[in-house]
Design a binder for this molecule. Structure first.
Ligand code: P6P
Length: 327
């Protein structure tokens, strides 16, 4: 007897019908999933075809090797265009906002097609992160940059492990795995565990001394209670936090020995990194703030590549460090 799993499309069709929504979002999600599968394929076969090199390399066929993130960018833009549902896109890989279908489109997509690409040459996990907002359907669209609280969905594909996590506004965070038929199946609802026994802290230990004094003191006081894990790729690190609970932190750099290397505004990008994981975290019962203790989802972007500090994960930890940051 063949065992048939519920596919992502079964799940999403049910969700759309339950909430009397249109099929447009299904078409957009089909485009994003097709892009993720295509990127995954390139990543998995890249080592053999010499696609994992750095830009400027030349492969055995004498072709210029595109960096994996440039390949991922090209693939994603292709599928967003093909969907016919995207007004414009904002990508980590493109300085300018990318017009896709200004007249016919319905959604704005903010994405990083290959977050953590320094892991690529080592075949380690990277992330395709995306957030989706919708045009104003009741009146003229002013194309303003959306805060995370105005996203309708956000998610991430962990490549090459083939795990897909999607959060839908007021409808939870769900994790799917890719099966041998290349379908994303077996939806599991993700809720951050309340019991601290599985919680982890995740931050770049090499930066510790550059954090604000209050943050260093918080770490000294609390870190012995939790396991420590750090992959150097937000999607991989946050993937674990969603399952085990705890907190991922990328604090502002304010005490670097070389003041020119300080990053008081933070490192991570607001619209397609921090707001994406903050949205997934909120739908899983968690929270996320910046260096002032401001909720990430409340931050109205001034520019589309704006950076931020990020503290994201289990509410008790994020609220505790938030009180220090507000202090
Ligand atoms: P660091 C990857 O470059 C990234 O944007 C995130 O995916 C990751 O969490 C962070 O930067 C890692 O930064 O300074 O620890 O290498």
């Amino acid at each position: 007897m063949i065992q048939f799993e519920q596919t992502f499309m079964n799940f999403l069709l049910h969700h759309q019908e339950k909430h009397n929504r249109t099929y447009h979002f299904l078409i957009l999600m089909d485009g994003l999933i097709s892009a993720a599968k295509h990127i995954q394929h390139y990543y998995l076969t890249g080592a053999l075809k010499g696609n994992l090199g750095l830009a400027g390399d030349v492969n055995v066929q004498g072709e210029d090797v595109l960096r994996m993130d440039q390949i991922a960018q090209e693939i994603t833009i292709h599928y967003l265009r093909a969907s016919g549902r995207v007004i414009h896109a904002i990508s980590e890989e493109s300085k300018e906002i990318i017009p896709v279908d200004p007249e016919g489109g319905r959604y704005f997509v903010y994405f990083d097609p290959m977050d953590g690409s320094s892991n690529v040459p080592h075949g380690l996990p990277v992330g395709f992160l995306f957030g989706v907002a919708k045009r104003n359907l009741e009146g003229p669209e002013d194309y303003h940059l959306r805060a995370g609280k105005d996203y309708i969905a956000a998610g991430m594909f962990v490549i090459p492990t083939g795990t897909f996590t999607l959060a839908l506004k007021d409808a939870g965070t769900w994790r799917f795995h890719i099966d041998e038929t290349m379908n994303f199946v077996k939806p599991v609802r993700m809720v951050l565990p309340e019991n601290p026994k599985s919680w982890e802290l995740s931050f770049n230990e090499a930066n510790r001394k550059t954090y604000a004094t209050g943050v260093q003191e918080w770490l000294s006081k609390n870190e012995s209670k939790y396991a420590f894990r750090y992959l150097g790729a937000l999607a991989g690190d946050f993937h674990r936090i969603l399952a085990n609970g705890g907190m991922f932190m990328y604090p502002a750099i304010v005490n670097h020995p070389d003041p020119k290397k300080n990053r008081p505004e933070g490192k991570l990008r607001l619209m397609y990194e921090a707001a994406v994981v903050a949205f997934m975290c909120r739908e899983a019962g968690g929270h996320a703030v910046d260096e002032k203790g401001t909720p990430i989802l409340e931050i109205q972007p001034r520019t589309h590549h704006q950076r931020t500090a990020l503290y994201v994960g289990s509410k008790p930890l994020v609220e505790d460090i938030s009180n220090v940051l507000k202090g």
